[in-house]
Design a protein around this ligand. Structure first.
Ligand code: ADP
Ligand code: MG
Length: 310
């Protein structure tokens, strides 16, 4: 069910990432908004690899979860790959963080439950590791929905993109075992979630970022992740013991000791209510209202206007 890429009309530039450019577009036949990501593919990449990437991307069509951004299609045209996906009108948590500074703990708890539901779908149902969990890959909309995007379903695409990656103020959400190129598993995503939560809760990436943008500095950041104790949530913000415990479990340097998504779903930081008599659907709906209210305070409409003018 690939869309017709010639029927996409540009609306605004949304963002520029390490891999390419994301635009808000309108799909003319349905008048639906979509997000279109364009990734330049070097001529040096073999044609075989390019068609392999497109093949692998078709696996994205089969991903259906309310917490994963919908995928509409991919095309390969004149030295670039284009991916059309669901447009999330309030943007990413990275964008929001840059305007609000910090995200409150109760909102983070609700967001984390939704990210874990997405992980459960990927890790347990589909046997897929996301590999790139970070604030800019968690998207929200004004309906209060939270969805993750940009997951590593395509090994070839991941390799090609990694080569194209330009590093500007690079930080890494990569787990120690991945940095050491040891065999890794779904628990690498749990580590990345822990780092992401500290950043969202405090407004600061917990390791010194590579501001010099040099390969040498980036290497020392990687060494830091491998060689130093895991970061923790700072005490002075007054976070709950449950939040501290949740983050500490995610950031166990021993991947074997890190809890799985299924175990984390029972953690008191996000477990809706251990009292089974409570209506879980009603609690989820209540959380969605909380997220929706919070998103409204971040002024998503203003953001849209800015993007269109940019
Ligand atoms: P990165 O995730 O490394 O920042 P990307 O190219 O994936 O780079 O995305 C660039 C920016 O575009 C993101 O930070 C995000 O704010 C925005 N974005 C990406 N996908 C979408 C989408 N589906 N809907 C709305 N905004 C998006
Ligand atoms: Mg992204």
């Amino acid at each position: 069910p690939n869309i017709d890429f010639s029927q996409l009309e540009e609306v605004a530039l949304i963002g520029r990432g390490g891999q390419g450019v994301v635009r808000k577009v309108r799909y003319v036949p349905t008048q639906q908004f979509m997000a279109l990501k364009t990734v330049p593919i070097a001529d040096s990449v073999a044609d075989g690899v390019k068609s392999e990437i497109l093949m692998e991307l078709t696996a994205l069509y089969n991903c259906a979860s309310p917490h994963i951004v919908k995928f509409y299609g991919a095309s390969h045209l004149r030295g670039r790959i284009q991916l059309a996906m669901e447009y999330m009108n309030a943007g990413s948590l990275a964008e929001i963080l840059s305007t609000v500074g910090r995200i409150p703990e109760d909102v983070l708890s609700a967001i984390t439950l939704r990210v874990l539901k997405a992980f459960h779908y990927l890790h347990v149902d589909r046997r897929i590791i996301h590999r790139d969990i970070k604030p800019s890959n968690i998207l929200v909309n004004t309906a209060g929905e939270v969805k993750i995007c940009d997951f590593g379903v395509s090994g070839q695409l991941a390799n090609t993109l990694a080569m194209a990656q330009t590093r500007v103020g690079t930080v890494t959400y990569m787990s120690p075992e991945r940095i050491r190129s040891q065999p890794h598993s779904a628990s690498a995503d749990i580590w990345s979630l822990g780092i992401t939560l500290i950043e969202l809760a405090t407004g600061r990436f917990p390791y010194p970022p590579d501001v010099t943008n040099s390969p040498l500095q980036f290497w020392s950041l990687l060494r830091l992740v491998v060689n130093t104790d895991s970061p923790t949530l700072p005490e002075h913000f007054g976070f709950s013991p449950e939040f501290h415990s949740f983050v500490a479990l995610c950031l166990d340097k021993d991947m074997e000791a890190r809890p799985s998504v299924t175990e984390l779903l029972w953690h008191p930081f996000i477990c809706l209510d251990t009292n089974v008599s409570v209506d879980q659907e009603a609690l989820l709906a209540k959380q969605t209202r909380l997220i929706r209210k919070w998103v409204a305070t971040t002024d998503p409409l203003q953001r849209e206007v800015t993007k269109i003018e940019a």
